[in-house]
Design a protein around this ligand. Structure first.
Ligand SMILES: [Zn+2]
Length: 364
């Protein structure tokens, strides 16, 4: 056993210890604030307004019963699935949710880092050929990421829902940002503003993830809107262009002309309200005309008189429903579309009596 020995210092260590350089200049002192100011000015961010601080304005542990977040798409396990499979799965899922309005949101950024833009398109009708009723484009930050713009787009959609949708609406917000969906479903503070806004709405809202860049028509339209938003001149402009109402069904205003909140409240259950909203929008799965749009092999002609396509308008003036209409609506039987809001309860009855399968087994 040898005793513990200190080894003599090595040459390298001696060199290091003896080589303290003489200090010629004073140390350059700096701090984070100075460095941050320098970087902000180098990046040209001086004129970029700061992001507003967000606060929790509701207890985050309270869940909102009207909002569902689906951060997966049934039938799709990988974003690399064949495009046709993705489109089919997305269309099937959106149809199954049976929305009155489908909103597609998207964020974009050049090369993923600069010139952001948020795009939102509002649609009715089937996801394979949606009717774009309006769109919003919002210029994003100069320095950003496409993820950074996704919440902007969805916040824009939330504002629209608050202003335009009511308890009769089932709204699907389709986004290709899975991270935003998971942020929403985990109540992350980053998406709290969106959640708080959605929770205030009376509409039933489903946030649905769909894969991006898969040629899903609504998603492509939102993508184009986001890219357009990035090109907007001037700082942070919000632009909304509204087209001439729902393209497929121009008479929606007429169907809503006699809306009366007291009468609406008498409709006994949600499924009735939803089906009525669909009829008013001219788009009900119980109408042959709608069925034909989804499946060309289905004859759009009225099964009762065969004279015209079975649209909601025709349903309300068809000789085949005249007897039931007179029994249900009395002297106003021939009022047409306004019947759907003037006598909502009776309109539900007419649907039950004359549209096969419509609201047949529903109860409160
Ligand atoms: Zn008919």
């Amino acid at each position: 056993m040898s005793a513990l020995q200190f080894r003599p210092p090595t040459q390298n260590r001696l060199l290091f210890e003896n080589a303290a350089p003489p200090r010629t200049k004073a140390l350059k002192r700096t701090n984070w604030a100075i460095e941050a100011k320098k970087n902000i000015s180098n990046l040209g961010l001086d004129d970029d307004p700061r992001k507003p601080l967000t606060h929790f304005n509701h207890p985050p542990w309270l869940d909102s019963a009207n909002v569902t977040v689906n951060d997966t798409l049934p039938g799709i396990t990988s974003k690399n699935a064949p495009e046709a499979t993705i489109i089919e799965a997305a269309v099937k899922q959106i149809r199954s949710l049976n929305p009155t309005i489908t909103i597609y949101t998207d964020g974009s950024a050049s090369a993923g880092t600069t010139n952001g833009g948020a795009g939102v398109v509002y649609t009715t009708g089937d996801p394979t050929a949606p009717d774009i009723t309006s769109k919003s484009t919002k210029k994003g930050s100069k320095h950003t990421s496409s993820f950074g713009e996704e919440p902007t787009a969805m916040e824009e959609a939330s504002d629209y829902i608050l202003q335009n949708c009511n308890a009769n609406d089932v709204v699907v917000i389709a986004t290709d940002s899975q991270s935003l969906c998971s942020s929403l479903s985990h109540h992350s503070p980053a998406s709290d503003t969106i959640r708080a806004k959605l929770a205030k709405s009376e509409a039933m809202i489903i946030v649905q993830w769909i894969p991006g860049h898969s040629n899903i028509p609504g998603n492509e339209a939102a993508d184009a809107a986001a890219k357009e938003a990035a090109l907007l001149l001037g700082p942070h402009l919000v632009k909304s262009s509204f087209f001439n109402g729902p393209g497929r069904y121009p008479k929606i205003d007429e169907a809503y002309s006699q809306l009366n909140s007291k009468k609406e409240k008498m409709i006994p259950c949600r499924s009735y309200q939803v089906e009525l909203a669909r009829l008013r929008s001219g788009y009900s799965m119980y109408l042959r005309d709608t069925q034909h749009q989804l499946d060309e092999s289905i004859d759009p002609k009225c099964p009762r008189c065969g004279a015209e396509n079975e649209t909601v308008e025709h349903w309300l003036e068809c000789p085949g429903t005249a007897e039931a209409r007179h029994r249900i609506f009395g002297p106003e039987a021939n009022l047409g579309l306004p019947l759907l809001t003037k006598h909502p309860l009776q309109a539900v009855t007419l649907a039950q009596k004359t549209l096969v399968g419509c609201l047949a087994t529903e109860s409160q």
